[in-house]
Structures are given as structure tokens and as C-alpha cells.
Ligand binder design. Structure first.
Ligand code: ADP
Ligand code: ASP
Ligand code: MG
Length: 439
């Protein structure tokens, strides 16, 4: 079975939903479909939660009313029969009543995660109703019945696999199985989610749970480009990536993939194909086990990075110094992205600065601490094994006019990372494209 995931833009209008319906039914084979919320909806639901949090029911109601009008308009455009218009309108009206219920009594606690979950719940209902109206044997499976995270907030693959396989067996014989991306329950059974962009993660977790033959991520661009197309001119789709290369790109900022989406596919050895809903004939990108030797594939950038340097000539060479430093980060659940050491100090970068003050306070016990905010990691990805002579020189050469705060190379065979100022990001990415790809 194939898993096909469609992002927000791909289900962003009735027209697009019809397009998705024809893409998923084309092969005639049983297919598992994961859908995001219609584009803009998750942001709007977050806005509603924010008004509720600020105890402003009028603000929340205004946004709810505007959103409801939009959805009711979609209903009249999507369905051709009165039966399905009514069925879907009734469903959506209940949804909006549910959202309004939180504006009526501001002193009952409202569930932000439950509000945000309604985007995917609405889009999947709309599409499954459309397919059924077209006479297709389609069924909606509720992600909240099988998608679950553990006490660390990580997906629980064993639980997901057992639950989903049991549900699939119970509903044997359908052509299309649809579920919501993004949403899940946590270890305590509460509604939760896999973070922004998390529908990709849902798709790969499902692919792994069902031992799918392929996981397809359908979006609004023809695959992974060799640089960020929102920032850099003349980017091109990369035809093939190794799982490790794709994981590095996703983790270091290529927005087309959720940071952790590659992992489940990699462990289960299931190829991931990135495809363009607007141009299905375009080849897209295949992510698999193959490693093309001797090639730099792509560049990505991750913003909002903080660099922390601790200098201590007295302590550094003493055994146990690094352990103490790492323990401080660990105790505040703050992962380190990049690290660089010298005889007199160590520099690290983090992307979660929630506990920065506490971390810095504790580090000061062991040395002089400097913090640089508004930094950015530029990550060059490909077969960067040290046997490829001159590859690191090529990358550093492209950065020759950019102040570089840290460099990391050799941590894996797939990446070289540079830590620079966010203000230099565009220039650095464009230089890298010019030197590495647009020769
Ligand atoms: P979806 O809503 O389908 O999940 P996203 O907006 O999350 O889509 O991801 C697709 C977008 O990612 C593209 O429109 C593109 O602007 C952006 N993007 C950033 N970096 C890259 C890259 N290296 N290759 C392709 N797209 C990228
Ligand atoms: N709807 C969610 C978001 O906007 C999840 C997703 O689209 O992947 O982040
Ligand atoms: Mg996305």
C-alpha cells in the first residue's frame, strides 16, 4: 500500500480538494491518505486560541464567524448533490459551535490543542464526503484513535502500529483510507499534536506502521530544491537524496519536510517521494538508501539560533569539564546543535532559548560565558566524506565574504555547517548556490 500525504496548499480550496481526489484514486489501488488542514486554517485556529487566552470573546467570535463563512462557501462549491452539501454543512456547523462554546464561558478551561486539531478534522471530513459522493469506497479513520506520543512527547511506534493494524483489519476492503495529519493524543490521552508541519511526520509514522511500499509527500513545489527557493534565485529540484542527506536538510531548515519525518521511513527502509500537486507530471525527489558518491546535493538554513561560548583555560583540560557543561544543557532539556572546541573554550549552538538565562547562570560557575543571539546555521549537504578532496574548501570558499562564528565538519559524512549572523543568511545562501550549483 502507498501512503500519500497532502499539505495545506494541496487541500487549500474546493478545486484543490477535487484535484487530490483524482490523484489518490488514479491508480485504483488501495491507498492510505494523510491530509493537513486547509492552508491558513491552523494559523487561524491559533489566533482564536490566543483571543480566548486573552479573555477576548468578541475577538475570538469575529475570527470564528469569518472562518465559518469561508468553509460554508467551500461546501457549496465542493459538492454537486444537496445530500452531501447538507451532510457536510451539518458537520461543519457542529465544528463551529464547538469552537464558539469556548467563547461563552471564559472561566472553563479551554483546550488549545483541541481547538488547533479541528483544522485537520474538518479537511478530512470534507474530502471523505466528496469521495463518497463520487461513489468511491473511502473511509475516514480518526488519527486520535491510533496516533500517540509517549511520556517524552515522542511518537510511540509500537502502539501506533498495533492500533492502526487492528483498525485496518476491522475496516478491510476500502479503496481509500483517510486520516488527519498533525494531530495525536499524548501519553495521558489528551489531544495533542506533532508540532507545526507535523503532517509529514504522521505520514512517515503510518508508512512505517503499515510497511508501506512508498510514502509520498505531495506539496506545492516539485521536490526538494538545492537551496531555499523562497530566498535564493535559480534553485533546482534535487532528483535523489539519501535518507541521511534528507534528514540533515529537514533538520537544518528545509521547510518542505518536517524535521523528524525522515526517521521512521529510514528505519523501515521505505522510500519517500516528494511530489508537486500543481504539477504531478514533474519527477519530484526520491529519498532512499542509495548514496550517490562525490556530490554536494543541497543547502539549507535554520534561524533563531543562539551561540554560547564558555572559556576556561583552567578547567577545559580537566577530565569531566565537558560532562558538566553537557549536563547543564541536559537538565534544561535543551539539545545542542553545533559544537566546536579549542584548548581554551567550547562553543555550542542551541535553537531553543527558553532556558537560556538559567543555562548561562550555571555555566558561569565553570568559566566566562558569551552569548550571541540572532544567529543562523547554514548546512551544506551531500557526500561530504573526507575522502572527497576539496569539498570543504569549495563550501568555505563560498563563505569567504561572510563572518563565520563556528564551523562544524566531520560529525557525519553528510554535512558541513556554518554558524553565521541571521543578517548574512541571504547572502550566504546565494553565494553557496552560485559556487556549488550554478557554475
Ligand atoms: P505543505 O503545506 O505542503 O506541507 P510546506 O509549506 O510545509 O508545504 O513546504 C513546502 C514549501 O517549502 C515550499 O513551498 C517552499 O517554499 C519551502 N521550501 C523551503 N526550502 C525548500 C527546499 N529546499 N526545497 C523545496 N521547498 C522548500
Ligand atoms: N496543519 C498543521 C500546520 O499548519 C500541520 C501541517 O500542515 O503539517 O502546521
Ligand atoms: Mg509542511
Amino acid at each position: 500500500m502507498k501512503v500519500m500525504k497532502f499539505g495545506g496548499t494541496s487541500v487549500g480550496s474546493p478545486e484543490r480538494m477535487k484535484n487530490v481526489a483524482s490523484l489518490i484514486t488514479e491508480s485504483g489501488e488501495p491507498t492510505f491518505v494523510v491530509l493537513s488542514a486547509m492552508s491558513g486554517t491552523t494559523n487561524t485556529l491559533i489566533e482564536i486560541s490566543d483571543y480566548l487566552y486573552k479573555k477576548n470573546p468578541e475577538g475570538a467570535n469575529d475570527v470564528i464567524n469569518t472562518l465559518e463563512k469561508k468553509y460554508m462557501q467551500h461546501v457549496s462549491e465542493l459538492y454537486s448533490t444537496e445530500e452531501y452539501r447538507q451532510k457536510t454543512s451539518r458537520f461543519l456547523s457542529d465544528e463551529f459551535e464547538y469552537l464558539r462554546s469556548f467563547t461563552k464561558d471564559l472561566f472553563t478551561s479551554f483546550e488549545e490543542k483541541s481547538i488547533v486539531a479541528q483544522g485537520e478534522i474538518m479537511s478530512t471530513n470534507m474530502v471523505v464526503n466528496y469521495l463518497q459522493e463520487q461513489g468511491i469506497k473511502a473511509i475516514l479513520l480518526n488519527a486520535l484513535d491510533f496516533m500517540r506520543t509517549d511520556k517524552n512527547g515522542e511518537p510511540d511506534p509500537q502502539y501506533i502500529k498495533e492500533k492502526l493494524q487492528a483498525i485496518m483489519q476491522e475496516h478491510d476492503g476500502y479503496q481509500i483510507y483517510i486520516t488527519q495529519g498533525f494531530i495525536c493524543r499524548n501519553a495521558y490521552g489528551e489531544v495533542d499534536n506533532l508540532l507545526r508541519g507535523g503532517s509529514d511526520y504522521t505520514a512517515s509514522l503510518i508508512g512505517a506502521a503499515l510497511a508501506a511500499e512508498e510514502i509520498q509527500i505531495w506539496t506545492d513545489i516539485d521536490g526538494m530544491h538545492n537551496n531555499d527557493p523562497r530566498i535564493v534565485d535559480h534553485t533546482e529540484a534535487v532528483r535523489q537524496l539519501n535518507f541521511e542527506e534528507a534528514a540533515e536538510l529537514a533538520y537544518f531548515g528545509a521547510k518542505i519536510l518536517h524535521p523528524t519525518c525522515v526517521q521512521p521511513a529510514k528505519y523501515a527502509s521505505i522510500p519517500v517521494r516528494l511530489k508537486n500537486t500543481m504539477a504531478p507530471e514533474a519527477e519530484g525527489t526520491i529519498i532512499d538508501n542509495v548514496l550517490v558518491r562525490g556530490k554536494i546535493k543541497a543547502v539549507a538554513a535554520k534561524e533563531n539560533i543562539t551561540a554560547i561560548k564558555i572559556k576556561s583555560s583552567r578547567m577545559l583540560l580537566a577530565t569531566g569539564f565537558m560532562r558538566k557543561v553537557f549536563e547543564i544543557f541536559e537538565s534544561y532539556q535543551t539539545p545542542i546543535d553545533m559544537i566546536s572546541t579549542s584548548e581554551v573554550g567550547v562553543s555550542m549552538s542551541i535553537d531553543n532559548a527558553t532556558h537560556l538565562n538559567e543555562i548561562v547562570n550555571e555555566l558561569k560557575k565553570y568559566g566566562t560565558v558569551t552569548v550571541d543571539s540572532d544567529m543562523c546555521i547554514i548546512c551544506v549537504v551531500g557526500d561530504l566524506d573526507w575522502s572527497n578532496l576539496g569539498f570543504e574548501t569549495l563550501a568555505t570558499d563560498a563563505m569567504k565574504n561572510i563572518p563565520v562564528r563556528m564551523i562544524s565538519y566531520g560529525g557525519s559524512n553528510y554535512n558541513i555547517s556554518f554558524l553565521i549572523r541571521e543578517a548574512d543568511k541571504q547572502r550566504a545562501l546565494q553565494n553557496l548556490s552560485n559556487v556549488l550549483f550554478n557554475k
